[in-house]
Ligand binder design. Structure first.
Ligand SMILES: Cc1ncc(C[n+]2csc(CCOP(=O)(O)OP(=O)(O)O)c2C)c(N)n1
Ligand SMILES: CC(=O)[C@@H](O)[C@H](O)COP(=O)(O)O
Ligand SMILES: [Mg+2]
Length: 640
């Protein structure tokens, strides 16, 4: 049994010698690489926090001292040190979650994954301890330099720094800034420039050491010299170090320190703990530390690789064409045709497919940091001045910017196109990553137009249509993964594509976006059972075309299918539209159950929700049989 498997509780770490702790760190890294090589996962971020996490667990008393991880993608090491050793099914059904999970351990207090929230949680916890009189508990919040670019982190810092900084009322809260200079790609913005200035300027550290050593001998140098040297130290800090900024806000600052020097980190955290108030400890780390392929991977230092060969870091399996690739190519084409098209990303240039656009048009692509709200409103500003911004984000992260979409874009009739990747079920990233809300929350936005392309061809076509709308926000949403082959249409009625048609007009099946293929396959199964199905893809799901009302009138049953929560989704909006039009045809809406879905493979979640051709066909045939029996009963009654 290795050292790691003997750690059942973080307290076990305290008995280990320096050598053992070093071996433990190596073991942890081996396990991280092996796990992520087979399952995929957040390798680079976790390799970078091995020493920080060991040190934190040695200095603080988790779970009594809550350790909160911002975003949570870097919590694998924390899991390993809190008794969770079986990483074999990481991010798979029944296995460990890829983020902190309260169901897994009392050491996990929050299960975010949306960035920049940890300092707010920590602020609240520290306030709660103060109110409850539990002043011996310290809250520890880990936050990356990337997550620090999010506005919410600064709202929290404003509050933390605004609280009592001295005296008995101050609240013990240690902010561990894990500064690796990277989000996915290098962190951008003024703060990043400030932090990186320090990282690259060794003069500060060296000179500070000399000053510190001299100051330590105060008795020898006498007060006037001490004062002078103290002034030098302060001047150096102000000149080189970001602590000027943090201290100006009123926060005690320790650092910068080498985040891979466990002993040094422990020393800094112990000092911070003793302070019994809010302290920021600035640690410099390297993403991917200790695993060469990650360190060498300039694109994102293996932030979140899919399965790979552990010997080389090379991706396993054959690459497939993904929805993101189609968008990526389409926006480059659009950029060539239209000089007004600009792109915006919230720190996800690579994952959203904007990298080729950024290479082709470097002056027209803006990485705003993890700042979805700012991205939306800044895009509205660009639209006001005659540009057509394309904001590319994961569907789940647009939730954050709802008010900005509603008020700053829609109210202003701003021609901004939001491209929502990872819409619908994403699966293994768990409840916070499923993009299953957008079709509902965006339905309420006046004027907004929303496209759900069913295949790659439609994605390109509808994205281009969206760019032509300059008096309202538009949204194009598509799922994660392989795009598959195109699903051809038989004809187009208004904005609606007819994908399949039968002699009998039993069922109108409205298949939203990527559910188009499921709809067509279900119709084939139903056809074989003698049930006539017309399958349509509305393409634009907001507003819904009136053609759907006419089509509904011609059928006995309307069935909708979408990979979005059922409440407020396209199905329920269509039902309302039909009611308003006086259409009495029954409507059955299929979507995701309105609850947080545990991590599992995407297909398994869709199957569990009944969003497969087989399930749909079974359900529809049951509904048609029920209608038949009602009709039969009525006929029989009349006959009698
Ligand atoms: C609100 C939000 N937007 C985007 C993301 C996607 N995302 C996940 S990790 C990450 C980078 C985080 O950088 P940092 O906090 O520095 O952590 P690191 O990975 O460098 O350790 C981003 C942008 C997210 N999780 N939440
Ligand atoms: C933590 C986070 O938000 C991302 O890193 C996410 O896990 C990546 O998901 P994809 O693998 O779908 O890009
Ligand atoms: Mg970082």
């Amino acid at each position: 049994m290795g050292l790691l498997d003997r750690i059942k509780d973080p307290r076990d770490l305290r008995a280990l010698s320096d050598d053992e702790l070093e071996s433990l760190a190596a073991e942890i890294r081996d396990r991280l690489v092996a796990t992520c090589a087979s399952n995929g996962g957040h390798l680079g971020p976790n390799l970078g926090v091995v020493e920080l996490t060991i040190a934190a667990h040695r200095v603080f008393d988790s779970p009594r001292d809550p350790i909160v991880f911002d975003t949570g993608h870097q919590a694998y090491v924390h899991k390993m040190l809190t008794g969770r050793h079986d990483f074999s099914k990481l991010k798979q059904a029944g296995g460990l979650s890829g983020y902190p999970s309260r169901a897994e351990s009392e050491h996990d207090w929050v299960e975010n994954s949306h960035a920049s929230t940890a300092l707010s949680y920590a602020d609240g916890m520290a306030k709660a301890f103060a109110v409850r009189g539990e002043r011996d508990r310290t809250v520890v919040a880990f936050i990356g330099d990337g997550a620090l670019t999010g506005g919410m982190a600064w709202e929290a810092i404003n509050n933390i720094a605004g609280g009592p900084q001295t005296g008995p009322d101050r609240r013990p809260l240690v902010i561990v800034v894990n500064d690796n200079g990277r989000s996915y790609s290098p962190t951008v913005g003024g703060l990043a420039t400030h932090l990186s200035g320090l990282r690259t300027d060794p003069r500060y550290e060296q000179t500070l050491e000399v000053v510190k050593r001299t100051l330590g001998r105060t008795a020898l140098v006498g007060q006037p010299v001490y004062d002078a040297l103290h002034g030098v130290k302060k001047g150096l800090k102000d000149m080189f170090a970001p602590q000027g900024m943090f201290e100006d806000l009123g926060l005690k600052y320790i650092g910068p320190i080498d985040g891979h020097d466990r002993a040094q980190v422990e020393q800094a955290l112990t000092q911070a703990k003793r302070f019994r108030g809010p302290v920021l400890v600035h640690c410099l780390t390297q993403k991917g530390f200790g695993y060469d392929p990650a360190v060498r991977d300039e694109a994102d230092q293996m932030h979140s690789p899919r399965p790979f060969d552990p010997a080389t870091g090379a991706p396993a399996g054959t690459p497939v064409r993904e929805w993101t690739d189609v968008f990526s190519e389409t926006i480059v084409r659009a950029g060539r045709a239209r000089p007004d098209v600009v792109a915006v990303t919230a720190a996800m240039l690579g994952p959203t497919g904007l990298e080729p656009f950024a290479r082709a048009f470097p002056d027209r692509c803006f990485d705003v940091g993890i700042a979805e709200q700012h991205a939306a409103t800044s895009a509205a500003g660009m639209a006001a001045m005659g540009l057509h911004p394309v904001v590319a984000v994961y569907a789940t992260f647009l939730n954050r910017a709802f008010d900005q979409v509603l008020m700053d874009c829609a109210l202003h009739k701003a021609g901004v196109t939001f491209v929502l990747d990872r819409a619908g079920v994403t699966g293994n990233d768990g409840p916070s990553h499923n993009g299953m809300w957008d079709l509902s929350i965006l339905q309420v936005v006046p004027g907004l137009r929303l496209a759900a392309p069913r295949d790659g061809e439609q994605l390109a076509e509808q994205f281009t249509e969206a760019l032509d709308v300059d008096d309202a926000p538009t949204v194009v949403r598509f799922p994660k993964g392989a795009v598959g082959s195109d699903v051809p249409a038989l004809e187009r009625l208004g904005t609606v594509d007819v994908l399949a048609r039968a002699e009998a007009k039993d069922v109108l099946l409205v298949a939203v976006g990527a559910m188009g293929k499921v709809g067509v396959d279900a119709a084939k199964r139903l056809d074989a059972q003698g049930v006539g199905v017309t399958v349509v893809d509305p393409r634009w799901v907001k507003p819904l075309d009136d053609v759907l009302v006419d089509l509904a009138r011609q059928h006995r049953l309307v069935v909708t299918i979408e990979d979005n929560g059922r409440v407020g989704g396209v199905g329920s909006v269509l039902a309302q539209k039909l009611r308003d039009a006086g259409v009495t045809v029954p409507v059955r809406d299929h979507g995701l159950p309105q609850r947080f879905l545990d991590h599992a493979k995407r297909d398994a979640i869709l199957a569990e929700a009944g969003l497969t051709a087989q399930d749909l066909a079974r359900e529809v045939s049951g509904l048609v049989a029920a209608l038949d029996s009602v009709t039969h009963d009525r006929t029989t009654t009349v006959d009698r």
